[in-house]
Ligand binder design. Structure first.
Ligand code: COI
Length: 413
């Protein structure tokens, strides 16, 4: 289990707190820990205002953090190669952890230094995949403020997913508050405007020990973040997909419609084979008729024909993407007809454009799709007009470049 004590937020500045601190525990390197340490603890290390302690008799470690709101929201930006960002993990300073009580409710969580957590080998998530994840992003605006995009939608989707796999979940309020705290604590890792975003990854996992197949008795909700650039190595250039005939992402009655971790492990094989053949990713068909479009491995799919934009209806096997839902609303507001329905693979043959959507991929234009050995090309190797229009509208909103008439963004300070 993750052990820790609560993060204290002081109203004065950190410097003032240090000066005022009366209880200093000596450290071997001559520094002093501004904590009142019980005699059973010793200081292992410290990072800025975070102090890692270990219990002298049990050896168990805990972290205690003392920093002011001002220190937490430090405004400087880390010095990394922002132009070289892809979609890989860049470790940041803090993660957020909140554990369930025995009655299944979540109590006050805490910020801890980013790092490994301890799990019982028989934790339900490790043995039976009882876990969910979410994904959302924070953007840095020119004026230094930070924007989150529809965080309450992620909270609601986590609650729905948790119900499906018998887990308690944080409330919308707890979820959004935790996201805000984590983003502010890692503010210096939010890329400068136009260089990317801070990807936020909330996780909810069954941490309690099980052996028989039952829901866990304890759960951990945690959040970590990473600055990210484009998801596909192609950047914003069109990607090349192959339609998968054998493997399926989801089945009716299964868990395709929730963001459970197992859905993503199950696509790795087909994705690996596709990448080895030079494709960017895989487009899945439904498992019953093997004829209707489902999703790409990590994102939803849209097909454009004339003024009509079609996407598979989010019924059971399709993840109700928040970017998907936002695109539908933006497209309708621009006068497009949007249809959520069964979309036959045959429709790819005479589509004008195809694009993918997701938090990670945002909107990714599709340059070609290979189906039964035949390659269909779109957009003359460039980005389609509709994909470009929707990409510009959505990202301007997310980055705060235009007024948010939809009421979707949440501004942090
Ligand atoms: C996201 O788009 O946020 C996802 O969760 C997909 C993931 C595979 C990166």
């Amino acid at each position: 289990m993750v052990r820790g004590v609560l993060v204290s937020r002081l109203s004065s500045s950190y410097g003032a707190f240090l000066a005022a601190s009366s209880s200093l525990a000596p450290l071997s390197n001559g520094k002093h820990c501004p904590l009142s340490l019980p005699s059973s603890f010793k200081v292992e290390s410290h990072f800025g205002s975070l102090w890692s302690l270990s219990h002298l008799s049990t050896g168990s470690t805990m972290c205690k953090a003392y920093f002011s709101k001002k220190a937490l929201e430090a405004s400087e930006v880390v010095d990394i190669d922002w132009d070289g960002l892809g979609f890989g993990l860049v470790q940041t300073d803090f993660m957020y952890i909140m554990q369930s009580s025995s009655d299944g409710t979540f109590n006050k969580g805490e910020l801890l230094p980013f790092g490994p957590i301890q799990l019982n080998p028989s934790a339900a998530v490790l043995n039976y995949g009882q876990g969910l994840f979410e994904g959302l992003k924070a953007y840095r605006k020119e004026d230094g403020s930070i924007l989150l995009f529809r965080p309450e939608e992620n909270a609601l989707r986590m609650i729905a997913g948790a119900e499906r796999i018998c887990m308690p979940a944080p409330t919308v309020e707890q979820f959004v508050d935790a996201v805000k705290q984590t983003v502010l604590a890692n503010k210096r890792w939010i890329p400068p405007t136009g260089k990317g975003s801070l990807y936020i990854r909330p996780l909810l996992v069954g941490s309690g020990p099980v052996l028989s197949l039952v829901p866990a008795s304890e759960y951990i909700f945690m959040i970590y973040v990473s600055p990210v650039g484009n998801y596909f190595k192609e950047g914003l250039a069109p990607i090349n997909l192959i339609v998968e005939k054998e493997f399926h992402r989801a089945t009716p009655g299964g868990t395709g419609g929730i963001k459970t971790i197992g859905n993503y492990a199950s696509v790795l094989k087909a994705q690996k084979v596709a990448k080895e053949k030079g494709y960017s990713d895989v487009l899945y068909l439904d498992s019953v008729h093997k004829k209707y479009l489902e999703e790409v491995s990590s994102c939803n799919v849209f097909v454009v024909k004339d003024n009509v934009i079609s996407t598979p209806a989010a019924k059971g096997t399709i993840l109700p993407g928040i970017t998907r839902k936002s695109i539908i609303d933006v497209a309708r507001s621009k006068g497009y007809q949007v249809e959520e329905r069964l979309v036959s693979v045959e429709e790819l043959l005479d589509a004008d454009e195809v694009f993918c959507s997701g938090t990670a991929v945002v909107i990714s234009p599709v340059g070609s799709i290979t189906y039964l050995g035949k390659r269909i090309d779109y957009g003359n190797k460039g980005v389609g007009v509709v994909s470009q229009e929707l990409y510009s509208s959505l990202t301007s909103l997310q980055m705060g470049l235009v007024q948010d008439t939809m009421g979707w963004t949440v501004q942090l300070k």
